[in-house]
Design a protein around this ligand. Structure first.
Ligand SMILES: [Ca+2]
Ligand SMILES: [Ca+2]
Ligand SMILES: [Ca+2]
Ligand SMILES: [Ca+2]
Length: 218
């Protein structure tokens, strides 16, 4: 009876680990473009956002990465010579006091359980945008990472991690925090960086069960 339980436990644990490990290192690199004049950075997936309005999206691995609360999208310098480059030269924006722009990481349960790293690109070569609030939401509940992230022409303006429980809906947002009243979101990289903590328990259990099976088969 115990042996049967161990075999079952090992088999299910190995399946679970395979699923977890297959997701490990997965990166979604999304370059937000202006749909009227799109240019996508090499190696990135383009999200062509409407020039005026909100709600544009791109579907990857069944996850809909969707822009929310944007006034629209712009490309500085045009697609032929975006400034400063094809990644941060284009963006979605929302102007006005306390306005925010963000990106949904799919709907409820779409983002696999685990620790995810988010790289947020914020820049506008055509206007002064100053410091920004950056945060993420779980089913609409905000967690603020910081309130004074500065725009950066080439590197992520903010990088942070959050834990997905595999059931809720998650998103990232950028909100203006200065007198310029301008929020910008140029690109987002989302990377599965760690197997969830409980997996170490599962792993030990699987190894113990496999060890028992090996011992039994000698
Ligand atoms: Ca972009
Ligand atoms: Ca682009
Ligand atoms: Ca607005
Ligand atoms: Ca303001």
């Amino acid at each position: 009876m115990i042996r049967r339980f161990n075999s079952y436990f090992a088999a299910t644990s190995v399946v679970w680990l395979t699923l977890a490990i297959s997701s490990y290192g997965q990166t979604y690199m999304i370059d937000i473009n202006d749909a009227d004049d799109p240019i996508t950075e090499t190696g990135w997936t383009g999200l062509d956002a409407v020039h005026s309005g909100s709600g544009s999206s791109v579907l990857i691995d069944g996850i809909s990465f969707e822009i929310f609360s944007a006034d629209g999208a712009r490309v500085r310098g045009g697609s032929a010579s975006p400034t400063p480059n094809a990644l941060t030269g284009d963006f979605v924006f929302d102007d006005g006091s306390n306005q925010a722009v963000g990106m949904f990481f799919g709907g409820a349960g779409d983002l696999p359980r685990g620790v995810w790293q988010v790289d947020v690109y914020i820049f506008d070569d055509g206007s002064t945008i100053e410091n920004q609030i950056v945060g993420w939401r779980k089913d609409g509940a905000e967690t603020i990472i910081g309130t004074d992230f500065l725009p950066d022409a080439t590197n992520p303006a903010a990088t942070f991690e959050f834990l997905s429980n595999g059931a809720a809906a998650y998103d990232v947002f950028v909100r203006e925090n200065n007198d310029a009243n301008r929020s910008r979101l140029n690109a987002v990289a989302l990377t599965y960086v760690r197997i969830p903590e409980p997996s170490s328990v599962v792993l030990l259990g699987a190894l113990a069960a496999l060890g028992a099976m090996a011992f039994r088969h000698r």
